[in-house]
Design a protein around this ligand. Structure first.
Ligand code: SRM
Ligand code: SF4
Length: 532
């Protein structure tokens, strides 16, 4: 059973769990005013709740795996970056040498590593000067808001979401200053605004998703709500039966849904606190009526169907834009990991060959847009593209991985390095007619989205030969793009040292992979598409 909280007083629950208690004691955002003091004190002297929880309201994550070296999670609405911003981030992590790196995340965002708390005041000043913020990016806040990474470039796009995504972020964060109206949600919250036809941002796994739809001939968005993954339960979003035009109505509807969730969302059990639990408790009719009341005007019913009718694209390679003579170039970043020198290089490429813009994808890759035809060939010869390829091999191409044991204390297994090594080894052994999307996630929290993958691997512990070893549960059947649906667990408890053989068999049996050894022995004329 869930407990609703008093609308007038968001902390008036009958029974407060530890998280609700510390939020009621002191809002996370308030540590903003203590950063200079924290920097002088050193992390060891900071109050434990401030250190391990409240700092996340500013995007500063204490990492128990690397105590003293913090992670900084940014907000990059719609995955938009510029060369100038990338260079600012590179300068920040450059100072930390081998400890400093940056990861492109599954919410088309960036997380910096190796950060020292004493540097935070200066880092925040530099970020502010570059138009960057990390505010409200962790804990019970709205995460980075996603949109098509080729918004404004795609000839087939229906709505350019860049401005709307930015406006929604500005509403939620008070233009990056921090907004106490939305810093005490019952739990984390995800919003996606899709303007293209291929569901590029996994609309179905967001708490609110806007998807393009024509209603009585007018283009706008149908609204889905309640999608989420958690260790306890994973659900695809369901229709709110609402349609909004592509204007400030989107911002207002986000505000209304967030207010309803903030004021009535369940707060007793954190495993049952995401938006879908409120919808379950109330039923959709009551939830919709409450949203309508907060919205302040009648909601139009949804359009009969949406316009997401394409298979999902991965944007790796180069493609002409809707602007004649311009192209976007999608670079594959292996498991999203970047070093300072990579960020400097990407900034340079964006400025020399494009118009200084960079875009990030939820597949943890980078796009350089606005490259004129005349500069494309030279860009493709740049040494960086040998590592960040536009034509990676089939399994490496679609590989996604969460942070895993290297930095995340929830992790049950190491993910990124293992994922890459296995994908490369299998690419060397097999040919595939099409990429197979393999997603790794280090624990049941599912940050690496194994449920959207062709093959999803979720870290677990396994008993083998009397010892506890790293292993995975295997998910299959995730479908993305049009008619997306979530995959299901098909095998469990596979020790990681047996995974190579298991994956090889799955790829052969279910995805038409052909061992290169057989291919080499085949008769001439039976050529297959190479995975490389
Ligand atoms: Fe996540 C918690 C990393 C996307 C579900 N996630 C965490 C923490 C913060 C745990 C921690 O404190 O160590 C991880 C930080 C590790 C680190 O040092 O990097 C973490 N999550 C990530 C990232 C970096 C994975 C990646 O490598 O890309 C992604 C950052 C996105 C961003 O830029 O904001 C990331 N996390 C996701 C997603 C995918 C998505 O949004 O599409 C999910 C599933 C979708 C969802 O939330 O509904 C996800 N993360 C979780 C959960 C489970 C939430 C729940 O309701 O139970 C947790 C645990 C929690 O919040 O208690 C979690
Ligand atoms: Fe950490 Fe687990 Fe999320 Fe991976 S899935 S980043 S291991 S919380």
């Amino acid at each position: 059973m869930t407990t609703s909280i008093d609308t007038a007083n968001p902390t008036a629950t009958a029974k407060l769990n530890k998280f609700e208690q510390f939020k009621a004691d002191k809002d996370g955002l308030l540590v903003k005013h203590e950063l200079e003091r924290f920097a002088r004190m050193g992390w060891e002297a900071i109050d434990d709740t401030d250190l391990t929880h409240r700092l996340k309201w500013l995007g500063i994550f204490f990492r128990p795996v690397t105590p003293g070296k913090f992670m900084l999670r940014l907000r990059l609405p719609n995955g938009l970056l510029t060369g100038y911003k990338a260079r600012t981030l590179a300068e920040i992590i450059q100072r930390y040498g081998e400890d400093g790196s940056a990861d492109v995340t599954t919410r088309q965002n960036i997380q910096l590593r190796g950060i020292l708390l004493e540097d935070i005041p200066d880092i925040f000043r530099r970020m502010q000067a570059a138009g960057l913020t990390s505010v409200q990016s962790g804990m019970d806040n709205v995460r980075n808001i996603t949109g098509s990474p080729i918004a404004g470039l795609d000839a087939d796009e229906l709505i350019d979401t860049q401005g709307l995504v930015r406006k929604v972020q500005d509403m939620i964060t008070n233009n990056g200053e921090g907004n106490p109206a939305f810093t005490n949600l019952p739990r984390k919250f995800n919003i996606a605004i899709e303007g293209g036809r291929d569901n590029s941002i996994h609309a179905e796994i967001n708490d609110i998703a806007f998807v393009p739809a024509y209603r009585e001939g007018v283009l706008g968005f149908n609204v889905l709500v309640g999608g989420f993954f958690s260790a306890r339960r994973c659900e695809a979003a369901v229709p709110l039966d609402a349609w909004v035009p592509p204007d400030d109505s989107v911002v207002e509807l986000c505000r209304a849904i967030l207010e309803v969730y903030r004021d009535h969302g369940p707060r007793v059990n954190r495993q049952k606190a995401r938006l879908m639990w409120l919808i379950d408790d109330w039923g959709m009719d009551r939830f919709r009526a409450a949203v309508e009341a907060a919205y302040g005007q009648p909601l139009l019913s949804a359009a009969a169907s949406d316009e997401m009718d394409w298979d999902k694209r991965d944007h790796i390679g180069w493609y002409p834009q809707k602007q004649v003579g311009l192209n976007y170039v999608g670079l594959h970043i292996p498991v999203g990991r970047l070093q300072a020198t990579d960020l400097f290089d990407l900034a340079r490429l964006a400025e020399v060959y494009g118009n200084g813009e960079l875009r990030l994808t939820v597949e943890q890759n980078v796009i350089i847009p606005n490259v004129p035809d005349s500069r494309l060939e030279v860009l493709l010869q740049e040494p960086l593209l040998e590592r960040f390829s536009i034509a990676p091999s089939a399994l490496t191409r679609s590989l996604v991985s969460c942070t895993g044991a290297q930095f995340c204390n929830f992790a049950l297994v190491e993910t990124k390095q293992r994922a890459l090594a296995l994908a490369r080894a299998l690419d060397g052994e097999l040919t595939l007619a099409q990429p197979v999307r393999i997603h790794w996630t280090g624990c049941p929290n599912s940050c690496g989205q194994p449920q959207v993958a062709d093959i999803g691997l979720m870290g677990t512990k396994v008993r083998k030969d009397g010892k506890t070893v790293e292993g995975v549960d295997i998910f299959m059947g995730g479908k993305v793009g049009k008619e997306a649906h979530l995959g299901e667990k098909v095998q469990q408890g596979i020790p990681c040292d047996e995974l190579h053989g298991v994956l090889r068999s799955l790829l052969i049996d279910h995805f038409g992979a052909i061992p290169r050894s057989l291919e080499e022995a085949a008769e001439p004329g039976t050529a297959m598409v190479s995975a490389e």
